[in-house]
Design a protein around this ligand. Structure first.
Ligand code: FES
Length: 68
């Protein structure tokens, strides 16, 4: 399952609980992974969030999406 959460006043959080990738017939399992993408434009580690949204006054709405 994959969850996408657009945090209130913060980054886009993508959580993959367990992904299966098929490469030439091989099935691979990936452990839980959380990725935070910047949406305020102030991160010095783009495209990833570095916490700069907390000090730049960024505001944005919370949105949650779950993909089965
Ligand atoms: S959203 Fe966190 S640094 Fe931009």
């Amino acid at each position: 399952m994959t969850k996408i959460k657009i945090a209130e006043n913060g980054p886009i959080l993508i959580e993959v609980n367990k992904a299966i990738i098929h490469k030439a017939g091989i099935v691979e399992e990936i452990p839980r992974k959380l990725i935070a993408h910047c949406r305020c434009g102030q991160s010095s580690n783009k495209p990833f969030c570095d916490g700069s949204h907390k000090s730049c006054g960024f505001s944005g709405e919370l949105v949650e999406i779950e993909i089965q």
